[in-house]
Design a protein around this ligand. Structure first.
Ligand code: FBP
Length: 696
């Protein structure tokens, strides 16, 4: 500005407004940290007691009985508040304790509030209680890498997302050596209890640690964490004890917010199909919640695909008096056809755009892929154990790995008893694109799980979709419907009679609101031939510009944008639901510890109802365990809870499938969940899946 000197950078940097807006601490953060989540009534009392109940029954696995004798008889424990218990109880409850806490597995919003809950309850019981955080996951226990968690540290992380305070890792304490080292750490820190905040595998690990450490007097308590939502606990009669792991709501809301924005963009720009892969390496809970939150045009649910039965194949086989095993579960090819059908139907009403949600674990539910995953899991695990070396180190390139598989196929031809990898497996595997072969062969995680987040599931499926759409285009079946009014207006501008050209150009001119160019017209050349044949133009005459324009508008190009929603949502700050849930979980953990429990998982019953009905409980982990194939061997684990296709949430979403696909003239039916908001009125207080499932 003339006559006015601009401020020097040094002056600018000193300016209070600059300092304010460039500070890491902004008003949002201050407000978050200050928020005090409501606590369940029982925790308002000075002390809490545990009451065992026989109300819940479990089918106990024989192997669990054998391997976990010390905790297999544990029961569900409810918590009650007491104001003035006996002196001996008070002494036990308030005795000085050292408690270690570890995060295990992927981050999930709310973890810091679990720590805050434990810290607040522990300090209230006895200010001398000390809480230690194991750094970077279970490695921190094995290697005795800890920090003491102080009040200031807790305050800095209250209501904040991520696991930044002590970080996390995926190591499993699964060998005698690691257990011995962990035991040493407990001794050195004089620990009374360890709290394992983790998913199904980590809670499994917690149960084994509880068994191992029982004689040392170290209690072990698990906490159900995972954005995937696949830790849900019911007893044998179907009574829900834990409706959802923490972190699920926040991640689902974050994904839904982003995907809803894509719905808005897609229906504005009308040129892209947005392909959204969402985390959930096995279960499709996140995808289902996103569907309910956004009403995206199409959401695949893996569990639904596995449930598919091809009646035509079954009938055909019955007539031929055979059994067709391929009739059960959907094949990848079939799935791609289903997706294509939806795309073609939307295009026919002028909507050559949309939003497709794919759960990252969808391939786990596709029979032929699942077979490969299991076979390769076994081959890799067997290779590593029999040779005490690493498959991936010894076979670094894809070609090396394929060569090893070829050797196995040769062996199966020579030795009749060797069947893990046959020539047929090898042939089928070689039909798969190289990037997907690489994905299927990639390193498993420390629990032996296939790492779906590393595989471009969406690319595999969309490759098939793209190929088949190409075929449909050639056949004249994939076309963009032209709005009748637009057609009339366009031809009118050139003074052509739309009713004359209509029946020549379109296959549905008589009745439809959106006109479909005849399947035989698949190029300007075939358009020309059609017009000549109908006598609309002479051989030497040009195609009328408006007619050509209409034809070109009907040509469907399949343009996609791929998105992956996972790590971003996982890093979100928790919703009020998750803040409250996790803080109360922390209080529950301390109550379990102070009352001497071990081998239990802290949980909140009635999460599906309003907060006033929440009921903190301890759930016996050993009673939930069963045998499952892991790293090629049967192992005792906690069962993952996948989407129940008979649940109200799924059935309702399925009932709306056609509406949300909106393959009919008119508006789409998108829903805007809005961003995750912390202050003010929030639109919903819990996951929609929970709300709906509570109805059934
Ligand atoms: P947890 O089961 O440990 O909570 O992790 C789940 C998850 O978020 C999955 O949805 C995803 O497939 C996986 O973590 C990604 O793992 P990583 O962080 O090792 O890439």
């Amino acid at each position: 500005m003339p006559g006015k000197m601009s401020a020097t950078l040094a002056d600018l940097l000193k300016h209070p407004e600059v300092q304010k807006v460039t500070d890491n601490i902004n008003p949002e953060l201050i407000q978050r940290r200050k928020y005090i989540p409501p606590i369940s009534d029982v925790f308002s009392a000075l002390y809490t007691v545990l009451e065992e109940t026989d109300k819940y029954k479990f089918t106990i696995d024989r192997e669990a009985e054998k391997q976990l004798p010390g905790i297999i008889k544990n029961k569900v424990q409810t918590i009650a508040g007491v104001e003035s218990p006996e002196v001996s109880f008070k002494e036990k409850y308030c005795k000085k304790r050292n408690i270690g806490i570890v995060f295990s597995g992927g981050p999930a919003p709310g973890g810091h509030n679990v720590i805050a809950g434990i810290y607040d309850a522990a300090k209230a019981a006895n200010p001398k209680n000390r809480i230690f955080g194991f750094l970077i996951g279970p490695d921190g226990i094995i290697e005795n890498e800890t920090i003491e968690i102080t009040g200031n540290l807790v305050d800095a992380y209250r209501n904040l997302g991520g696991f930044g305070m002590i970080r996390t890792g995926r190591t499993k304490i699964d060998t005698a050596e690691k257990v011995a080292l962990s035991r040493e750490t407990c001794k050195k820190l004089d620990l009374d209890a360890i709290v394992v905040v983790g998913g199904d595998d980590s809670n499994t690990n917690a149960a084994f640690l509880a068994q191992e450490m029982a004689d040392d007097g170290v209690q072990v308590i698990g906490v159900p964490k995972t954005i995937d939502g696949d830790i849900q606990v019911r007893d044998a009669d179907g009574n829900v004890l834990c409706a959802m792991s923490f972190g699920f709501h926040t991640a689902a809301r974050a994904f839904a917010g982003e995907i809803s924005n894509l719905c808005t963009d897609s229906s504005s720009d009308v040129k892209y199909w947005h392909i959204c892969k969402v985390m959930g390496r096995v279960a499709s809970h996140l995808a289902l919640e996103v569907a309910l939150q956004t009403h995206a045009n199409m959401t695949l649910i893996g569990e639904d695909l596995a449930d598919y039965v091809d009646m035509r194949r079954i009938e055909k086989a019955e007539k031929e008096r055979t059994v067709d095993y391929t009739a059960y579960g959907m094949t990848l090819r079939h799935l791609s056809r289903v997706v294509c059908d939806a795309i073609v139907r939307r295009a026919a009403v002028g909507k050559n755009y949309g939003v497709l949600v794919i759960p990252e674990g969808v391939l786990e539910f596709i029979n032929e892929i699942q077979v490969f995953i299991i076979k390769l899991n076994t081959i890799i695990a067997e290779y590593n154990t029999t040779r005490d070396t690493d498959f991936h180190l010894n076979f670094p390139t894809l070609e090396d790995k394929l060569e090893y598989l070829r050797r196995l196929a040769r062996r199966s031809r020579e030795e009749g008893s060797f069947s893990i990898w046959s020539s047929r497996d090898d042939d089928l595997f070689n039909d798969i694109p190289a990037f997907f072969q690489e994905g299927l062969l990639m390193e498993r995680d420390s629990h032996g799980n296939f790492q779906f987040s590393q595989v471009e599931t969406d690319k595999v499926l969309m490759g098939l979709v793209r190929d088949y759409l190409g075929i449909l285009r050639e056949r004249g079946a994939y076309k963009i419907g032209i709005e009748r009014a637009f057609y009339k207006k366009t031809l009118g501008k050139e003074n052509l009679d739309p009713d004359y050209f209509g029946p020549i150009l379109f296959r549905n001119y008589d009745e439809a609101a959106f006109l479909l160019v005849k399947p035989s017209v698949i190029s300007v050349k075939t358009l020309r031939q059609t017009l000549i044949k109908a006598g609309a133009i002479r051989k030497d005459e040009a195609i009328p510009a408006s007619v050509e324009k209409i034809y070109k508008k009907s040509v469907a190009k399949f343009k996609t944008q791929l998105h992956f929603y996972g790590y971003d949502g996982r890093g979100n700050d928790p919703t009020q639901f998750d803040c409250t849930y996790t803080y109360n979980l922390g209080l529950t953990v301390f109550s379990l510890i102070a009352n001497g429990a071990t081998g239990q998982m802290a949980a909140i019953k009635n999460l599906e109802s309003g907060f006033s009905k929440w009921e903190p409980v301890g759930i016996p982990i050993a009673a939930l365990m069963h045998l499952e194939e892991r790293k090629g061997k049967l192992a005792l684990v906690l069962e993952k809870s996948v989407v129940d296709v008979a649940s109200p949430a799924f059935r309702i979403a399925k009932a709306f499938r056609e509406k949300w696909l909106a393959a009919s003239p008119g508006e789409d039916n998108y829903r805007k969940p809005g961003p995750v908001r912390f202050a003010g009125e929030t639109e919903e207080s819990r996951p929609l899946t929970l709300v709906l499932n509570a109805l059934g």
